[in-house]
Design a protein around this ligand. Structure first.
Ligand SMILES: Nc1ncnc2c1ncn2[C@@H]1O[C@H](COP(=O)(O)OP(=O)(O)OP(=O)(O)O)[C@@H](O)[C@H]1O
Length: 250
């Protein structure tokens, strides 16, 4: 379960990247987080995983507060950043063993999970090679495998499908769904609205740091028409529409 309450982030530059964001993702839910470039998705995610400190507000993951119980949170989560920048001078398997050591994954479980994940992402043959020789997609898959190795309950993934080939993307989406069906939680950001539309139980739309909509697709449509998520997204994040609605309320 993920709980954000009144979370705001103002960077030193003065940019308010996230503005009083509150949302809850229940256990068993697959939650998609979408928004235009620069809307505040990665900033929100970095605060959820403890890489950035919120200016105000609180964040709890599986009941643990990221500010006061950061280690408990980090044991409970898988984090995949928006860019797979990893140690190039290691081989894939050296990197994964390093991550498994950091997370204290026992050796018998380590081998079992490695075999499963390497096979699932078609990386078994490549994992002995140096990361500097990997393509973007291979690096992304190595990061994903590392993030899932300690079998965390809450997956927090920043644009995880970028660079993945169709088979790997399919595999990841299947694993995300299965993880939630087992009662766990997945929160991921994406620009691919069709994926969010088809995969997610609920969707949050962030624009200029504010959560402008949150709910099931049906709820986002307000029960009115059969609008696609793309149409809803364009309406909700259109500057003129938003300004018009705001001035009507005043
Ligand atoms: N380290 C930083 N210092 C100052 N401002 C930042 C920093 N990182 C992000 N920002 C600003 O915060 C705002 C939100 O950025 P963020 O990266 O969270 O957006 P995003 O929704 O993830 O965007 P994208 O879809 O392009 O990845 C933007 O205005 C961005 O310029």
């Amino acid at each position: 379960m993920i709980e954000l309450t009144g979370v705001t982030k103002i960077y030193r530059s003065g940019v308010k990247a996230v503005d009083n964001l509150s949302l809850t993702v229940q256990s068993g839910e697959l939650f998609g987080f979408i928004g235009p470039n620069g809307a505040g998705k990665s900033t929100t995610i970095k605060m959820m995983v403890g890489l950035l400190e919120p200016t105000s507000g609180s964040i709890k993951i599986d009941g643990y507060d990221i500010r006061t119980q950061p280690l408990e949170v980090k044991k409970s989560i898988a984090y995949v950043p928006d860019n797979p920048d990893i140690y190039e001078k290691l081989t894939g398997i050296e990197y994964l063993n390093f991550i498994a050591d950091v997370y204290d994954v026992p050796s018998h479980l380590r081998q079992e999970r490695l075999n499963y994940l390497l096979d699932a992402f078609d990386m078994t043959n490549a994992i002995g090679g140096l990361i500097e020789g990997y393509s973007h997609g291979m690096r992304q898959k190595t990061v994903l495998i590392g993030a899932l190795l300690h079998n965390p309950s809450v997956w927090i993934l920043d644009e995880p499908m970028v660079g993945l080939d169709p088979r790997s993307a399919f595999q990841l989406k299947k694993m995300m769904r299965e993880h939630c069906d087992q009662g766990h939680t997945v929160f991921f950001s994406t620009h691919v609205l069709e994926v969010a539309e088809r995969l997610c139980d609920r969707i949050g739309i962030i624009d200029r740091g504010r959560l402008v909509a949150c709910g099931t697709l049906e709820e986002l449509r307000h029960g009115q028409r059969n609008e696609s998520l793309e149409e809803l997204f364009l309406q909700l994040t259109d500057e003129e529409t938003v300004q018009g609605a705001q001035s009507e309320q005043q």
